[in-house]
Structures are given as structure tokens and as C-alpha cells.
Design a protein around this ligand. Structure first.
Ligand SMILES: [Ca+2]
Length: 373
């Protein structure tokens, strides 16, 4: 032992055993923090697992192809709901699209036959007789999954707790049926990002947007479930117009997917032009866009209920921006009963409502990802 070690006490003697323990603890804690940061960055960069519940549908088609060509998303299933077209037509369309994209490994499951409490309204006027802008895709090489769509959703959520993002872009019938059958999925779903609703007027009526109007009771069940929910509605969809200028890149840089999307978009843009609008609103694709990058929109939290009884407002998403309702109680007085304002009842902020969008950034993202594919 040399002079230094002879005369310089060991560290435990220098500082005392207590301080050394603290230093070791601190080092272990810092190591833990580093590992945690590493784990979190890996988790953040891992693709987000999504189930797209869809009624394809022209804008559904563009939304699905965007999701399939976005590295941020891992599309685990397409579940089909009647809406723009019947369930049978929607299944055929979904299977043909996955076949075109060579993605037969993604399950496609059929769900409800009709809305919960009303007859279905289909929208061939906007989407063409086959729902895909009358673009004929080759018959599908893919097979339908035998499971009922709500069962598939329930099974996948339990198999991937806290990891599945639901992206419903049709009426909310399948999601409501899954919730009714197994409410325990609510805390296990990572979040719901849906296309539907409006707080600035409807497209079916003065008040109601089509997806919500096609099954208002289902929508109310989904909105009140108590899970994180983002509403990508007409408020932002109507600002996100795909124009001929945008799709020029698809015509120049071709491939089977970009050709398909070009034809579908051309059908929708021609329809919009006939109705004096410069472009086609990208409703469903924007919901996928928000699942990819939530910074595309501003989405303040509000309390939203779905009107199920109004004569003129059935299917409206009614937003309360104040977070409270007046609380009135019926009281007895010598001159008759009447309601008296007692105060206010607090409401839960159950929905993040998209109110503003960077439309051009989204449309560029859409075209860039689909051109040449
Ligand atoms: Ca749709």
C-alpha cells in the first residue's frame, strides 16, 4: 500500500457510511431516470396501434390509404359499419382496398347491419354507386375476418391494454355495441379520435353532421363513455379542401395506390366544383391526420352531448363551452309552483373539439405520403 492510500482514508471513512449510501442511491436513481427516458422515447417512436372503424366511402378510402402509408401508425384492423354504403358494399370495398395495398394481413371484420334505433341512410349521391366514386378495383385477394366487428374491437383492446387508438370514421354503431357488450374496454383504450359532429352547423340538417345523424344514440353512448375522445368534425373538415392543385402530384408521380386515390379524389373534387366549392373536404383523412399528429389542430376540451330527440336538431353535437349548466329546482309557492335557479352544476369536459386546423400542412402531408405509391 503506498503513501496516499495509507494516509488517505477509504471513501466510506472519509464521508461516513450514510453519505456514501446516499451517493449510491442518487447514482441508481439517475440510472433509472436514464432508462425511463430511453424507454419513453422508444415508446413514443413506436407506431401507434389503430383500429379504423369505417363505412367506405370515398373519403374513408383516402383515410385508409393515408393510414396504411404512415409510419406513425400500425393499422391493426378495419372494422366496417354501414353508413355511406351498406355493410356488404363497405366490406367489399375495404377488402378490395387492402388487396390493392397488398395488406391482406390486416383483419377486416363486418359489424352492425343497421343503426341502433333507426333505418340506415346511405350516401351514393356523394360517394358513387359503389361508394368509391365508381372507381372499380380488381376483386380482392383478401378474406374477411369471421369475427363480429364489436367482438374484434373488444378482443384487440384486451390483448393490447392502453395501446389501441380507435379511429371511427363512420356512424358510431360498432363502437357503441362494443361498449354495451363490454364496458371494461373503456379504461383500456388509449384514446378515440373520431370523424363526426360539428359545433358550427351540420351537413345533413342545419344542426347535424352525417356520421352522428346516422346513429345519434350510438354517438351519445360513445361520447359519454368516459374515455379520452377527440372530435374531428365539420368545423375543421370543411376548412380542409383537397383541390386539383393538390392532386396534380398524384397524376405526375404514379403507382397503383396514387392512381386509385387520384380517381377517387377527382370524383369528389368534380362533385364539389359542381356545387361551387373549389375542393373536396377531407373529413375522414383529417381524423387519421390528427391520430398521426395532434398538433395539426387546436382542440379545446368541452362538454358535448348528442341530441337524440330534437325535432330539428336530432344528431347535433351540443357543446357546452362553460363546463356547467344552470341548476334549477321546482319549488312550491302560495301563488303556484315554479322553477328557481339554485346555482350551477359542473359538467365533465368529455370531448376535445377540433376548432382550428393547419389545413395546408395536412393536405401536403396527405399528398406527399400517397404520391408514387
Ligand atoms: Ca366515413
Amino acid at each position: 500500500m503506498d503513501w496516499l492510500h495509507e494516509n488517505y482514508p477509504a471513501s466510506s471513512e472519509r464521508f461516513g457510511p450514510g453519505l456514501l449510501d446516499h451517493l449510491d442511491l442518487l447514482k441508481a436513481f439517475l440510472r433509472f431516470l436514464l432508462l425511463l427516458a430511453l424507454f419513453m422515447s422508444i415508446a413514443a417512436s413506436a407506431p401507434r396501434k389503430v383500429i379504423i372503424d369505417t363505412d367506405p366511402g370515398t373519403d374513408d378510402a383516402i383515410a385508409i390509404m393515408l393510414a396504411l402509408h404512415s409510419p406513425e401508425l400500425d393499422v391493426r384492423a378495419l372494422t366496417v359499419v354501414p353508413g355511406n354504403v351498406t355493410l356488404a358494399q363497405g366490406m367489399d370495398n375495404a377488402l378490395r382496398m387492402l388487396s390493392l395495398a397488398n395488406r391482406c394481413g390486416i383483419p377486416v371484420a363486418a359489424g352492425a347491419q343497421h343503426p341502433l334505433f333507426q333505418k340506415l341512410t346511405t350516401a351514393e349521391l356523394f360517394h358513387g354507386q359503389n361508394g368509391l366514386g365508381n372507381v372499380e378495383l380488381p376483386p380482392s385477394k383478401c378474406q374477411a375476418d369471421p369475427r363480429w366487428a364489436p367482438d374484434l374491437i373488444i378482443q384487440m383492446v384486451h390483448a393490447n391494454p392502453h395501446e389501441i387508438t380507435l379511429v371511427p370514421v363512420g356512424p358510431l354503431t360498432n363502437i357503441a355495441l362494443a361498449l354495451e357488450k363490454d364496458p371494461s374496454i373503456v379504461p383500456l383504450v388509449k384514446e378515440v379520435v373520431l370523424m363526426g359532429g360539428s359545433i358550427s352547423g351540420g351537413n345533413v340538417s342545419g344542426a347535424a353532421e352525417a356520421n352522428i345523424h346516422n346513429d345519434p344514440e350510438a354517438a351519445q353512448i360513445v361520447f359519454q363513455a368516459g374515455w379520452p375522445l377527440t372530435m374531428v368534425g365539420l368545423d375543421v373538415g370543411n376548412q380542409t379542401l383537397l383541390t386539383r392543385r393538390h392532386i396534380a402530384a398524384l397524376a405526375k408521380n404514379r403507382g397503383p395506390i396514387s392512381d386509385f386515390i387520384y380517381q377517387v379524389a377527382d370524383f369528389r373534387i368534380a362533385f364539389s366544383e359542381k356545387h361551387a366549392s373549389p375542393g373536396a373536404p377531407m373529413y375522414d383523412p383529417l381524423a387519421v391526420g390528427v391520430a398521426i399528429d395532434s398538433t395539426l389542430v387546436q382542440a379545446p376540451a368541452m362538454h358535448v352531448d348528442v341530441e337524440t330527440r330534437g325535432e330539428f336538431t336530432r344528431g347535433e353535437t351540443v357543446a357546452n363551452r362553460r363546463g356547467s349548466n344552470e341548476l334549477n329546482t321546482l319549488q312550491h309557492f302560495p301563488d303556484g309552483d315554479r322553477y328557481v335557479i339554485e346555482g350551477f352544476e359542473k359538467l365533465s369536459l368529455n370531448v376535445k373539439v377540433c376548432t382550428a386546423v393547419d389545413a395546408e400542412k395536412f393536405l401536403q402531408m396527405l399528398v406527399t405520403r400517397l404520391e408514387g405509391k
